[in-house]
Write a protein that binds this ligand. Structure first.
Ligand SMILES: Nc1ncnc2c1ncn2[C@@H]1O[C@H](COP(=O)(O)OP(=O)(O)O)[C@@H](O)[C@H]1O
Ligand SMILES: [Mg+2]
Length: 287
């Protein structure tokens, strides 16, 4: 195929031997399958900042440190230099997050370097060796949905244990690999410390996963993992692999089964509405 412009420098330098095919062109970046020696990898080429959705940037940028005050002023003014600084900060945030998460035992694609604005990483493969589908593309049974939910809550805890929140976690950014789930797409990963939106973002991530898994195992819809995880984090008691209950505010009144069923049904309807919203947003972004 014709070499995409962003990948030409890597071909020239011999870092990439061949471009096999485009995998997906998403909202922030285009992802290609490439060959490096005898390895098939993914190359994520970031789109120019102007083409990307800006509205979310302020929320994510809060608390993100910049190195000098000229950068700080430039970012405030949206000058040309400012845009460049933002773009670098944004791209580096994903690469930094991948290396840190991989080291912390969170299942993300293994990073293989960041060259000329292109991130090279492990291709997550399905059983046939093809690029893996997203959660949104598959229909698990109830048991599998429960197991996936438990796994992803544990991954969210491990991320927060090193101070990171994904910030855009949903069924569109988790791949179903041969050996299990893999979390992708982290340019907006935020540092929990010093970000006033941190809990809100954690809650959104947790609830997106709850809503997706709850479509196949409805009892999950009544769980309260975000509050529980945040409480442990605030008290410095969050630990990788710790057991969670999904229950936040205990009350002592005997369980009213009808009321619980009603609550699950209401949560299910709300989840459906949020799910439709996400699907529309994803469709809008891909256009
Ligand atoms: N490491 C990877 N292995 C396999 N497929 C990937 C990988 N990274 C990205 N993809 C595919 O490319 C798509 C877009 O990548 P993503 O990082 O989510 O960027 P964005 O959603 O910002 O465009 C994903 O939905 C996924 O299908
Ligand atoms: Mg994505």
């Amino acid at each position: 195929m014709k070499i995409p412009k962003g990948l030409q420098p890597l071909i020239d330098d011999g870092i990439v031997d061949a471009v096999i095919r485009p995998l997906k062109s998403g909202k922030e970046a285009s992802v290609y399958l490439v060959r490096c020696g005898n390895q098939i990898r993914c190359a994520k080429v970031y789109k120019a900042l102007e083409q990307r959705s800006f509205h979310k940037l302020a929320e994510y940028q809060e608390g993100r440190k910049t190195r000098n005050s000229r950068d700080q002023r430039a970012m405030g003014k949206r000058s040309r230099h400012g845009r460049n600084v933002e773009q670098e900060a944004w791209k580096n945030a994903e690469v930094d997050a991948l290396y840190r998460l991989d080291a912390a035992g969170v299942r993300v694609p293994k990073p293989h370097g960041y060259v000329d604005g292109v991130l090279l990483m492990e291709m997550v493969a399905d059983a046939e060796g093809d690029a893996a589908p997203r959660l949104n593309d598959v229909e698990p049974g109830a048991e599998e949905a429960r197991a996936w939910h438990g796994f992803l809550m544990d991954q969210i805890v491990r991320m927060l244990c090193i101070g990171l929140i994904h910030g855009d976690l949903s069924e569109f950014n988790v791949l179903v690999g041969r050996d299990g789930l893999v979390i992708i797409d982290l340019p907006q990963a935020v540092n929990a410390a010093g970000n006033n939106n941190a809990f809100r973002m954690l809650e959104r991530d947790v609830n997106n996963i709850r809503d997706y898994c709850g479509r196949f195992a409805p009892e999950l819809l009544a769980t309260q993992y975000a509050h529980e995880i945040w409480e442990h984090f605030k008290n410095s008691g969050l630990r990788p692999g710790m057991a969670l209950t999904g229950i936040f505010a205990h009350d002592d009144t005997p369980a009213d089964v009808d009321a619980v069923m009603l609550q699950i049904e209401e949560a299910r309807k709300e989840a459906e509405i949020r799910q439709r919203g996400r699907e529309e947003a994803e469709r809008g972004a891909a256009e």
